[in-house]
Design a protein around this ligand. Structure first.
Ligand code: IMP
Length: 421
């Protein structure tokens, strides 16, 4: 399951629906830059690291090797869930996942403020610096928590380098490796250790036994480090192909890819946004859709549905179907637009232009629809939907070339429609 836009498509909602039918739910990339909000029996759950499937007793939630884990955030989340009587004992962490440590967060913040007008608008959670360390081979992995002396030595060598950068580039006093090692060894490691397991082995056995495994992408296609709107992207690969790398399974294991698309478009942070609205309709979408970051509280930028991006996302992820979320947010609009193509220098593009500088210059070509001006929040079957809403859904299906199988019409767990194959 993968976001087809810039994140915040409501993936957690759809994961929650599909997880019910699965034995395992696996996170394969990203870290606590993600934020999933779930509403169960009116109670709000905000999860950042633990897969949403945790709320089902029969689901084994797995955090795969491709994820970066801030252990303090993880433990906090486990404690919060425990306080709501959600048992986290089934949770399993890959020993190969990398840790997000305090110096990553400090460096993320300092690098962002140094960028001035060229800010990426990161979540300042240390995600980028943690992935950079992984690639530079100076990262600390979950399994290092099991070997105190090795952990201390790894921290000394990582901080020997980081402290030079912190002091000489940023004028920061730097961190004491022994103090951090003591905290990790004494407070964090004993609590994290019971969750570390053979995630690759378990997944292979589950797949071999014919169990259903759901891979839950965080962030989204256009925040992908390679295929997104670089450099305004995250530091991992949310696209479906990375589910294999980030969890240790082979290509043959995936037989269904659900792309999540919001019925309009939002983005947090900087970067191109061809269909962005700077008017009262944009404000309306923010207000009605509660478009503020789950994680950072930032107001999201809003715009019309962009079928060019959606088509590209269907290609990049080999989506077999789409889940359309937050359709009810459009309920009061008299006219609804969809961007069907881009125009750049007199040329029409049906997919994303292959060069970023062309994307930056693109203007949207819109198709216009009459709104349904009806409250959809109680709809549970296709025939509950007004003609205009069905036309909108059918148009999006034709634009994307894949069927829409889920339509979400409200934040509650039961507020969705499911269309049979
Ligand atoms: P980072 O992942 O914190 O490095 O931030 C890089 C970019 O990805 C910024 O534009 C963030 O706003 C965006 N981003 C990261 N995680 C999410 C998410 O879960 N939803 C939406 N945007 C995100």
């Amino acid at each position: 399951m993968v976001g087809t836009q810039w994140g915040d498509e409501g993936k957690g909602r759809v994961v929650d629906i599909v997880a019910k039918e699965c034995a395992y739910v696996v996170r394969y990339q990203g870290g606590h830059n993600a934020g999933h909000t779930l509403v169960v029996d009116g109670e709000v759950f905000a999860l950042q690291l633990i897969p949403s499937g945790i709320l089902y007793d029969h689901v084994v939630p797995i955090i795969g090797n491709g994820v970066v884990i801030d252990p303090r955030v993880l433990l906090n989340e486990i404690d919060t869930l425990a306080a709501k009587d959600v048992d986290c004992q089934r949770l399993m962490l890959s020993p190969q996942a990398h840790l997000v440590l305090p110096y990553h967060q400090i460096l993320d913040e300092l690098a962002e403020s140094r960028r001035g007008d060229n800010k990426i608008g990161t979540t300042k959670r240390g995600i980028g610096p943690a992935y950079a360390d992984k690639a530079s081979r100076i990262g600390i992995r979950v399994e290092d928590l099991l070997d105190p002396e090795h952990l201390r030595a790894r921290l000394h060598s990582a901080l020997a380098e980081k402290n030079v950068i912190l002091r000489d580039v940023y004028g920061h006093e730097g961190l004491d490796p022994d103090q951090l090692a003591d905290e990790l060894i004494d407070e964090i490691a004993p609590r994290v250790a019971p969750y570390i397991g053979d995630t690759v082995g378990h997944l292979h056995e589950a797949l071999h036994a014919g169990e259903r495994v759901l891979f839950e992408g965080a962030q989204a296609t256009f925040l992908d480090l390679d295929h997104g709107t670089y450099p305004f992207v995250t530091s991992s690969n949310p696209i479906a192909g990375y589910a294999l790398v980030g969890s240790g399974i082979g290509p043959g294991a995936i037989d269904q890819v659900i792309g999540i698309a919001k019925a309009y478009l939002t983005r947090v942070g900087a970067g191109p946004f061809v269909t962005e609205l700077h008017d009262e309709i944009g404000d309306h979408l923010v207000d009605v859709g509660h478009e503020y970051g789950t994680n950072t509280g930032r107001r999201r930028r809003t715009g019309w549905f962009d079928a060019v991006m959606a088509r590209q996302a269907v290609r990049l992820n080999a989506c077999t179907e789409i889940a359309l979320t937050k359709l009810d947010v459009l309920d009061q609009l008299e006219t609804i637009k969809v961007c069907v193509a881009y125009e750049v220098d007199g040329r029409r593009y049906e997919y994303l232009p292959h060069l970023r500088r062309l994307h930056d210059k693109a203007t949207p070509v819109y198709a216009e629809f009459p709104g349904w001006c009806t409250d959809l929040s109680g709809a549970t079957e296709r025939h509950d939907l007004p003609r205009e809403a069905i036309d909108y859904i059918s148009f999006l299906e034709r634009q994307m070339g894949v069927p829409i199988r889920f339509v979400c019409v409200g934040p509650g767990r039961e507020q969705y429609l499911r269309f049979a194959a």
